[in-house]
Design a protein around this ligand. Sequence first.
Ligand code: SF4
Ligand code: FES
Length: 324
Amino acid sequence: MVKVTIDGIEIEVEEGTTILNAARQVGGDIVPPAMCYYSKLEGSGGKCRTCLVEVAAGSERDPRPMPKLMVSCSTQVQHGMVVKNLTSDRVKEARAGVTEFLLANHPLDCPVCDQAGECHLQDLGFENGKEGTRFEEEKRTFAPRDIGDKIKLHMNRCILCYRCVYTANQLTNKRVHGVLNRGDHAEISTYIEKALDNEFIGNVIDVCPVGALTDKTFRFKSRVWFLKPMNAHRDCPTCQGIATVWMFGNEIQRVTGRKDAYGEIETHNGKTAWLCNTCRFESKDVAQWTIEGPRVINRHSVISQGHYVLKNPLEDKSTVKNLK
Ligand code: SF4
Ligand code: FES
């Protein structure tokens, strides 16, 4: 075990743990945002730079500060390391800069985007963004494309985090999409417009941090904050059948994987509960599910403004402080 201090909080973690995962073990506000890292996807991270932190002391043996800000999702902790995230002005400035870069080409179409209300870039912009933009050039644009009959790609919104590429690598036996071209021309694409037709490919929608990949069976049906998220499960021969069903009245409008506080699919019975396409796209009848009850949503999320969601006051640190 090694000792590391993050924003003044000391914690012991296993050797080889990254700074980001050490911070996640503490939880709360000190956890750096992560737009590309996804703990369940091998090789993810190191693309978006939103998770930069300052290392004020490298280790007990060599306590010199690291001169540059470090990528917390892929820098391992050392014994005696001192990390600053929220307590570092350099980090705040860099994160605002990264947010500005991500938004340089990302359209501000939240009012018509299906991801609004659960978009990580929206949250990042809200927490770290500037009021105005200095970007006067034209944003790069691509026509929206169908990739398969259930998934829509809005490349304009893509931040090239590669999560969907790693998802296809990991969950399917032949990936047919990837990042083509370089620099400003880089785009998520399939050669020869191939459909993404693997039984687990719907998970690219769940891992996409923005609204670049959306569910065609749900698009434009409703805003997520008007829906009632419920934990539900079903007997499925293909996947674990563990999902969140999003209801309007008694109608299921969409089905997603169950996501944790970091927007990642939860682990159940020791395995990541990736959903199969049948559960996600073709099981919209309430009779197909056993509904367990309302899903607890962080009270800071706009989704929790819906009156349906059971709020857990203990999840909120300020409430815990007040209770004490
Ligand atoms: S489509 Fe979404 S998941 Fe894929 S690289 Fe773009 S932002 Fe990431
Ligand atoms: S989350 Fe670390 S670089 Fe993207």
